[in-house]
Design a protein around this ligand. Structure first.
Ligand SMILES: NC(=O)c1ccc[n+]([C@@H]2O[C@H](COP(=O)([O-])OP(=O)(O)OC[C@H]3O[C@@H](n4cnc5c(N)ncnc54)[C@H](O)[C@@H]3O)[C@@H](O)[C@H]2O)c1
Length: 382
């Protein structure tokens, strides 16, 4: 096995999670970190014993040889940094939302094919053991034909008008916020579970705080504000949204996405109703799957390879009674991505991680939601 040399760009909240996940995968070595905040890059390299740190991606590419780049920067930097990495022949694992626009995401899909590099996006929730189990049960028909799907991804970290983050600045976070940031996870996870695409949307978006106070922040996403108001900002992106969707076979579904729901932290839940039974998974109880029946008692399945189905068994990476969760799913996705590099299979159409192409489709759904909200009508995902 070749040792893959990896650099992580962006060392805030998610960058550090990538470093930890990568280090749990055999045959990998994190050789450098990059952060435009040089102090942060230095601190992370020292804390994690990573040999090199840089303040931009160009410096890194000019100085050392790496195989893989993890792009964990704010969303606006996903396009330029991923483009630069791909054009330098590096495999890229990029954070979501993939880009700010479909024009950017389409170009990255084309470039990754042209440069023949592995190209993945960290839609991590489909990599959970119980989400894999849902997919298996839908696919093998054990819950009957799918009738409807429902999903919610609700949080409270934007509840107050003093809550501020780079995601609120359209130049850094894009035109859509709640949908691009967390709704995109709903779309990817449900499409994966059902094995079919969303082709049309009707979205209603609401901005609760049209003006927010930008506060000083100590460190990265989800760190507490330090109290001093820097300026007042006009906000145009959505705090919450309701989205109706239609799938390619006509099936319908509904999503509720919010960042202003008091008490809800990372409350992502998906529910699929079949003609025989229903399945529900809640990411805050990630090792359990609820199975609902009409004529017999409902069940709760605990993660454990011996009780699971087909490919999903592989995702129960700990013995029964040892819950697997968020960090394990992150690791699973990155491991699948690296495996495709090690086996040289990353140019094949079907991958067990989200490819640039898959993520480009999610961008199209996000843009269709924005268009639908403006026109207050159904909009096809083209
Ligand atoms: N998959 C998930 O579940 C998940 C969870 C959280 C965040 N994310 C995504 O990860 C990305 C980063 O989010 P975060 O919460 O870690 O943000 P963050 O603010 O905590 O960290 C971002 C880091 O990037 C650095 N940075 C900014 N511009 C840079 C540049 N040009 N070059 C190098 N470094 C740069 C910042 O200094 C900061 O340290 C976002 O796109 C977000 O949507 C994904």
């Amino acid at each position: 096995m070749k040792i893959l040399k990896v650099a992580v760009i962006g060392t805030g909240f998610i960058g550090k999670q990538h470093i930890e996940a990568i280090r749990r995968i055999p045959g990998t070595e994190v050789v450098a970190v990059v952060d435009s905040n040089e102090e942060m890059a230095k601190r992370t390299s020292e804390q994690f014993f990573i040999p090199k740190y840089y303040k931009d991606c160009k410096e890194l590419l000019a100085d050392i040889d790496v195989d893989v780049i993890h792009n964990c920067t704010p969303s606006a930097m996903h396009y330029p940094i991923s483009k630069e990495a791909v054009e330098n022949g590096k495999h890229v694992y990029c954070e979501k939302p993939f880009t700010l626009t479909c024009t950017e995401s389409e170009e990255l899909v084309t470039l990754a094919k042209e440069y023949k590099v592995a190209a993945g996006v960290n839609f991590n929730y489909r990599q959970n053991a119980m989400v894999q189990e849902m997919n298996q049960r839908v696919e093998n028909g054990s819950i009957g034909n799918l009738l409807t799907v429902y999903g919610e991804y609700i949080q409270d970290w934007m509840l107050y008008d003093t809550d501020y983050d780079w995601r609120l600045d359209p130049k850094l976070g894009g035109e859509s916020r709640a949908i691009a940031d967390i709704g995109s996870h709903c779309f990817d996870t449900i499409q994966f579970v059902c094995g079919k695409k969303i082709v049309s949307v009707y979205a209603n978006l609401t901005t609760v705080h049209p003006v927010r106070k930008k506060m000083e922040k100590a460190d990265g996403t989800f760190s507490a504000s330090t109290g001093k108001v820097l300026e007042e900002m006009s906000i145009h992106s959505e705090d919450f949204a309701y989205i109706m969707v239609k799938f390619e076979d006509g099936m319908q579904g509904l999503f509720h996405v919010s960042q202003v729901a008091a008490g809800k932290k990372n409350a992502f839940k998906i529910n699929v109703c079949g003609a025989g039974s229903s399945l529900e998974w809640n990411q805050e109880r990630p090792d359990k799957l609820w199975i609902g029946h009409r004529d017999s008692g409902n069940e709760e399945l605990y993660v454990g390879a011996q009780y699971m189905t087909g490919e999903a068994k592989r995702y129960a990476t700990l013995p029964n009674g040892h819950p697997v969760g968020w960090a394990d799913a992150m690791r699973n996705g990155i491991e699948n991505f690296y495996e495709s590099i090690q086996k040289d299979s990353y140019l094949e159409n079907q991958q067990n991680y989200v490819t640039f192409e898959d993520a480009h489709y999610i961008m199209k759904i996000v843009e269709a939601c924005l268009d639908s909200n403006k026109s207050q009508s159904w909009v096809d995902v083209l």
